[in-house]
Design a binder for this molecule. Structure first.
Ligand SMILES: *Cc1c(COP(=O)(O)O)cnc(C)c1O
Length: 356
């Protein structure tokens, strides 16, 4: 039995997308690929509100996240950490041999503009990493306010992960001044895993030119040179790029405004359910994610058992990430999910909770 995915990634994939992946194969040095590549990157620029270069990386998100620090950190990096993925990004930065400091806040809290200001005002850093939507804790940090701070530091290259937020709300990459915006496609984009997208501003490309040891597979300058010919440095996952093309068309067919408002409605529904059923929230109200809700297990129910029972009924459920396992549970409301889907899992949860 296929369990319907309500975990925060990978997300349920639409049948139409799976169909697109079955498109007969083409060679990546054939004109057919160049047309596909050009179409996809043009649509991505429109979705992300930027004219910067957009690159396709055949890797999970962390491939491009590692590539970004390898290419863009010259002097020293400030890694802002408020959960499992951002903590790991700091370790990845160090593993790439970079000088870096972690600015940590407790799990469940956002990265604030004040914290970014206090780090950058030291003058020690020429790059930062930040996760817009920390999927481990369901926290969305205030990107527009943080972007205002970044504008005061034009020599700092900003690397922002939008893995679980891109397309669910407006993230105007150029207006925010994000130099490198990175996401994998298996979360907010609801595609099968294996592909990541990243942008690079002129400032980012200029920085990369000055940074040694960029390696080959994620060398931004290799990506830029290949992109001139609507191509990638090495063989891309063409089937996933067909899927991405199909998904971008579906997004524009839905309408971006409508997609954003659907996500607001889904978030409101899940938050309402959580509050009504006597659970709490890990993040404070203004920082609750629009794409997943991280509830605290204030009723002290046996989450492992709830997960098991939901599994028997055909639902994949997440009972907390890492050190939050058992203490929190997360319900994803990203990708192509509709209100009906969430009503499905929440009514099953209600029935199971009554029996427990
Ligand atoms: C899932 C996730 C990642 C890691 O992605 P991989 O595709 O597994 O490398 C990174 N950042 C965020 C915010 C995520 O949710």
């Amino acid at each position: 039995m296929h369990k319907k995915l309500f975990i925060p990634g990978p997300i349920e994939v639409a049948p139409e997308i799976l169909q697109a992946m079955a498109t007969p194969m083409i060679g990546h040095r054939m004109p057919e690929y160049a047309r596909l590549h050009q179409g996809v990157t043009t649509k991505l620029k429109r979705l992300m509100f930027t004219e910067d270069r957009v690159f396709l990386s055949t890797s999970s998100a962390f491939g491009a996240m590692e590539g970004a620090v390898r290419n863009l950190v010259g002097k020293r990096c400030a890694n802002f950490c408020n959960g499992a993925f951002s903590d790991k990004w700091h370790n990845v930065t160090l593993a790439c041999g970079k000088e870096a400091d972690a600015f940590k806040v407790p799990w469940g809290e956002p990265i604030t503009p004040e914290l970014v200001e206090s780090a950058l005002s030291t003058g020690k850093y020429d790059a930062i990493t930040l996760i817009h939507n920390e999927t481990s804790t369901g926290v969305m940090s205030p990107l527009p306010e943080i972007a205002q701070v970044l504008k005061k530091y034009p020599d700092v290259v900003s690397i922002v992960d939008t893995v679980s937020s891109m397309s669910a709300l407006k993230i105007p990459v150029a207006e925010l001044g994000i130099d490198c915006c990175v996401f994998g496609v298996q979360k907010a984009f609801a595609l099968p895993p294996g592909l990541a997208v990243f942008t690079a501003s002129q400032k980012a490309l200029d920085r990369a030119k000055t940074v040694p040891g960029r390696g080959y597979y994620f060398d931004f300058l290799e990506f830029a040179a290949a992109d001139e010919k609507d191509n990638t440095p090495s063989t891309p996952s063409i089937s996933l790029i067909y899927a991405l093309d199909c998904q971008l068309d579906r997004m524009f067919a839905e309408g971006l405004e409508r997609r954003w408002s659907r996500h607001r409605e889904l978030a409101a529904f899940v938050r309402g359910w959580v509050a009504e059923h006597g659970f709490g929230f890990l993040p404070a109200e203004p920082y609750r994610s629009l794409t997943l809700t991280c509830a605290t297990n204030t009723r002290e129910v046996d989450l492992a058992l709830l997960k098991k029972r939901l599994g028997e009924r055909g639902y994949a459920f997440d009972d907390g990430y890492g050190k939050l396992k058992g203490k929190t549970f997360r319900v994803a409301h990203m990708g192509d999910m509709q209100l009906e889907d969430l009503k499905g899992i929440t009514s099953e949860m209600e029935a199971i909770l009554k029996e427990m």
